[in-house]
Design a protein around this ligand. Sequence first.
Ligand SMILES: [Zn+2]
Ligand SMILES: [Zn+2]
Length: 146
Amino acid sequence: MKNRFATGRCFCGEIEFRITFPTDFLAHCHCQSCRRSHAAAFVTWTSVPLERFEFIKGENDIAWYRSSEFILWGFCGKCGSSMLYRAEREGHPENPRPDRMYISAGCLDALDRSPESHVSFEEHSKLLDGFSEIPKYRGKTDKKID
Ligand SMILES: [Zn+2]
Ligand SMILES: [Zn+2]
């Protein structure tokens, strides 16, 4: 393990937090809720026990959107970056754990593992069609990366 910690940060930098490894998992979620909440093709999630998650700054600038009686989605109230997910209590059909903070891994500066799975893949977006096959370029130039 290279790092003991990872820092998470929103787009504008108002919110920063730190997690202490090890994470529980790392998975790409393709469900419609994740895709819509992030306006993205899919969302890569990890989690840590609540006691290994701490805000460095901006805790009061997190806005929590309640999607159900169980679930809260946390995003920066200033720039809108979606970063966090919490289950307030047990009973949700997919069993997210109330003792965990779920983190959208794209906002982290380090990871302790590689992605392990695609979950809710039956809901995956057509945006991923040909993902590996289509040409790749450096920046928005015409210089191809093989
Ligand atoms: Zn922000
Ligand atoms: Zn999802």
